[in-house]
Design a protein around this ligand. Structure first.
Ligand code: MN
Length: 203
């Protein structure tokens, strides 16, 4: 089975000015499509061909770095598109209570997400995640993912330079402020928390 690039959950200009339609034309239309295409080429005719994307990530981790990178990046980008919304949504009461317990407030969580994203060395991802009922901020490097980690990822922000260079040039903190302060999809995070297990790529 070949995987299909998921549809963006909003029009390509919905995230402006944080993330422009021009950025999405490259980041979604070229980069994400390329990860999907390379993963499909790598699994065709192998015993990975009938697996879920999550099972491919897990099987390739530590044993097939090329396949792992493309499968993990296919998953990470789909999760990232859903982690943003045209207008900031509100966390559920359940999520709000867990954020308050772990960080003190939503505003403090946002500050820490921006700080961790800005401080992340080189390429990677910053995540809000849940494990054993507690929330934490996690970072993964390069294409690494929380898809098969034992964490329940709630939200992610891409801090690879290709995520922001066209809109914010080298100013990663400006991109992080624009996304974290105005475009996070807390409704998606709330759904992920309520489900209690990691989001899965649509079959
Ligand atoms: Mn990216």
């Amino acid at each position: 089975m070949a995987f299909t690039l998921i549809d963006l959950p909003y029009p390509d200009n919905a995230l402006e000015p944080a993330v422009s339609a021009n950025t999405l034309s490259f980041h979604y239309g070229k980069h994400h499509q390329a990860y999907i295409d390379k993963m499909n080429a790598a699994i065709e005719g192998t015993d990975h061909a009938d697996k879920s994307m999550e099972d491919i990530v897990s099987a390739a981790r530590g044993s097939n770095q090329g396949l792992f990178n493309n499968a993990a990046q296919s998953w990470n980008h789909a999760f990232y598109w859903h982690s943003m919304a045209a207008a900031e949504t509100a966390p559920s009461d359940e999520l709000k209570a867990k954020i308050d317990a772990a960080f003190g407030s939503v505003e403090e969580l946002k500050t820490q997400l921006k700080d961790r994203g800005a401080g992340h060395f080189a390429s990677g991802w910053v995540w809000l995640a849940e494990k054993n009922g507690e929330l934490s901020i996690e970072e993964t490097h390069d294409g690494d993912t929380l898809a098969d980690s034992g964490f329940n990822p709630l939200l992610t922000v891409d801090v690879w330079e290709h995520a922001y260079y066209l809109d914010h040039q080298n100013k990663r903190p400006a991109y992080l402020s624009a996304v974290v302060d105005h475009k996070l999809n807390w409704a998606f995070a709330s759904e992920n928390l309520a489900r209690g297990s990691a989001w899965t790529y649509p079959a």
